[in-house]
Ligand binder design. Structure first.
Ligand code: ADP
Ligand code: ASP
Ligand code: MG
Length: 415
């Protein structure tokens, strides 16, 4: 008998029929003799609806109240699933994050889990019940409800799996695994049976929302394997584990993209030691995530400093920058909030030159201009106009032949 954590995303819980289907899947796992903890997201579209309500009142809602509001979606789906299970004579109980004791820091809207208390979970499992937990939410030291950032139910599931030393953490969604790129964008994307934590982390942080980045980070830190599976089609899914276990791989693994980016460029900043650090520090103090950064010298005493932020943080970032402009002397602010980021990911890049040139050539030949570039050991990201994402992904996918089953030539053995 194993202990299995199963997380069902919003797309798996969109309607009452789907909730009934999820209930049957959970019961099938119980029938195999396993203990099950289920983590649920809100019903499909519900979190977006709640966010729209708050934003219709103000663009900068009070963070405490915002978290109280957007955490309610999960409370609806957890109780509906529990009602469905009990109606089928399967003993189940649902709990909110605070009821379980999912302790977080106090950064509202993107809190980090600090501890998962296990007493309630253990007590309920011992009674032979299916335990259903609301994903995406926790409680801070002051007893306030917090939320974990969009897609945060994945992280709830991984954190619970780690705390309970579960045998498996299964993430059920509307696709049957992790693909070379979003299969809803490119129909010839290929399923990846096995991916390393390192690559999955880059894919997720660059926009592949099939797993929330923090869930992968946490799983990798505690060596908790994650399996991504479809709620609707049976299959082995994708296993996310350490690299040593993956025997064969391609030069590059996949392409992630994020449509919702914004570039902020500050030009004519006086060249003073430490000024860039000060600017970034002020922005990150407000919990705005800065991603790509570039700096170039222009006139003798000034520099241009350019960075990207997620588009949802654009208004907040601009407000901070305008404040800095008053404090640090004047510079010109140029922005473009209609850009997207396309990232090529693969551990094979570590040992192979020429990946960037192949990528840039493919984009150039398709007539796509690159506005900004950053690289890491296993990733190359470019900023392009938001209308060109699909074309860019297609061109790069084709250039690396990701639509083909890897031939021995494309594969390399990992030492
Ligand atoms: P859930 O509601 O189950 O949490 P999400 O919408 O958060 O589901 O994540 C699943 C979606 O992730 C898929 O429908 C797919 O469009 C998208 N996605 C993006 N990149 C990838 C990828 N590389 N592989 C699989 N799915 C991806
Ligand atoms: N319901 C939340 C969201 O839409 C959390 C999740 O789906 O994981 O972001
Ligand atoms: Mg999700």
């Amino acid at each position: 008998m194993a202990l299995i954590v199963q997380k069902f995303g919003g797309s798996s819980l969109g309607t009452l029929d789907r909730i009934q289907h999820v209930a049957s899947k959970v019961m099938a796992t119980r029938a195999q003799g396993h203990d099950v903890v289920v983590v649920v997201s809100a019903m499909f579209g519900e979190t977006d609806r709640l966010i729209r309500l708050a934003n219709a009142i103000t663009h900068l809602p009070d963070p405490r109240e915002y978290d109280v509001l957007i955490s309610t979606g999960e409370q609806v789906s957890m109780s509906l699933l529990s009602i469905a299970l009990n109606a089928k004579n399967c003993d189940a109980r649902s709990f909110t994050g605070p009821q379980i004791g999912i302790q977080t820091d106090d950064v509202h809207t993107k809190a980090r889990i600090q501890e998962v208390k296990t007493d309630v979970l253990q007590r309920e499992l011992k009674q032979g019940r299916v335990v259903i937990v609301a994903g995406f939410q926790g409680v801070n030291e002051a007893g306030e409800v917090t939320t974990l950032g969009r897609g945060g139910s994945d992280t709830t599931a991984v954190a619970i799996a780690i705390a309970l030393k579960a045998d498996e953490c299964q993430i059920y969604t509307d696709v049957d695994g992790v693909y070379t790129t979003d299969p809803h964008l490119l129909s010839d994307a290929m399923m990846i049976p096995h991916i390393s934590f390192e690559e999955m982390l880059e894919m997720a942080s660059m926009g592949a929302k099939v797993l929330q980045m923090r869930s992968v980070e946490l799983a990798s830190r505690h060596n908790m394997p994650i399996r991504v599976l479809s709620t609707f089609i049976d299959g082995p899914g994708t296993l996310v584990t350490f690299e040593e276990k993956i025997m064969q791989r391609r030069l590059v693994t996949g392409i992630a993209f994020s449509r919702e980016e914004a570039i902020i460029s500050l030009s004519g900043i006086s060249r003073r030691i430490g000024l860039e650090g000060l600017i970034l520090d002020r922005i990150s103090q407000e919990a705005v995530e800065i991603d790509m950064i570039a700096q170039n010298a222009t006139a003798q005493d000034t520099v241009d400093f350019t960075f990207t932020v997620p588009r949802r943080e654009y208004a907040k970032a601009i407000k901070i920058i305008e404040g800095l402009n008053k404090d640090l002397g004047s510079f010109a602010i140029k922005t473009n909030d209609k850009v997207a980021k396309v990232s090529l990911v693969g551990v094979g890049m570590k040992s192979h030159a020429g990946v960037a040139s192949t990528m840039f050539k493919a984009l150039g030949e398709t007539g796509i201009g690159i506005q900004m570039v950053t690289t890491s050991e296993i990733k190359i990201s470019v900023i392009v106009d938001e209308t060109l994402v699909e074309q860019a992904v297609k061109a790069v996918h084709q250039a690396f032949e990701l639509h083909k089953i890897p031939s021995p030539k494309q594969e390399q053995l990992v030492e």
